[in-house]
Design a protein around this ligand. Sequence first.
Ligand code: PMP
Length: 389
Amino acid sequence: PTDKCFSSANGTKSPTTLPLNNSFLNLDQGDPTVFESFWRELNDECTVVIKGSDLLSYLSDTGNVCWFLLPELRDAVKRLHNVVGNAVTEKKHIVVGTGSTQLFQAALFALSSPDSPHPMNVVAAAPYYSEYKDEVEVVLSRLYKWSGDANVFDKDEAYIEVVTSPNNPDGTLRGPVVKSRAEGKLVYDFAYYWPQYTPITHKADHDIMLFTFSKCTGHAGSRIGWAIVKDIEVAEKMTRYIQMSSIGVSKESQTRVAKIMQVICDNYQNFGYAESKLFFQHSKRLMVKRWKKLNEAIKQSDVFTVAKSQRAYCHFTKELSETYPAFAWLKCKEGIEDCESYFRKLKIITRGGERFGADAKYARLSMLCKDEVFDEFLTRLSNIKWVSN
Ligand code: PMP
């Protein structure tokens, strides 16, 4: 067996039997395996059985705008948002996608027009999630183009601003920033608006909100995301895009995700369940523990700084809480110009600041890898003074 977290610098995977202290640690991707041991405890409750004759049809619910969305997933999504209190779903349309990656592209398609004189400008405030730029640019579309940092966008042309809150890479809580007088549309990416990463400050209620199961529970391999959309025409166009790119979304995945969401909600809403079965309490404890250890190691290394976390009242946990981002966004102190290369010397693979529209002094590191990788990462951080001498 191989493991993403143990891959070597040139991308070939090394067997997990290699001693960790000699291998490259891949903290580049945010592969969310940190919650695996929690889910192992709930293996039986979460099992779904799919028979040979099940799920043959392309269709799910022909009366719904998103005709390939399984009704049980639609209901589970609404129930989960009700339990957590992080988004308004009443009088909205749910569109399911193969990850929120597909839904981001569906939203760009839905919000731009072939009749427009210019391709629609797509912007996000730096540091922004690096994939937005790559996903926009790879298709060389005439519908839309990447126009970079939303903080400096001042063209008198229509634009789409992607607002990521909490933000990837730096975990900050954000709102829109563009000041142009031109017509602007907003897409909210709420991949990390879950209680283990941030206080749930309010029920978000925007025209287009993207969520992903990948970061909510760590089931990234199921590739399920959903959009909560106010306007029926936008929901129809997003559905059309998904029809054109994949004629719907795997029903096996939808069935599994619906089941896991039901298990999470049952454990919150039914009496008699152990605290250890409450997913968000458990996953928050893990994040708190990791951030505490990381902050100590950073302090000891004296080479990096990390942005101060934000604090707010969380309506879900009913306590004042800090942010515990899924990524650490580290800045090298004076004298080190390229943070990614610095880490590479320690055999730690990160993603450098320039990919996010920021400076090379920064690098992003995943906080969601497995325990043994995280512990080895901390050991290397703690030994940094010795390494740099
Ligand atoms: N948005 C943000 C901010 C992300 O960090 C990610 C995953 N890294 C995604 C969207 C895409 O998630 P997925 O396609 O797995 O749903």
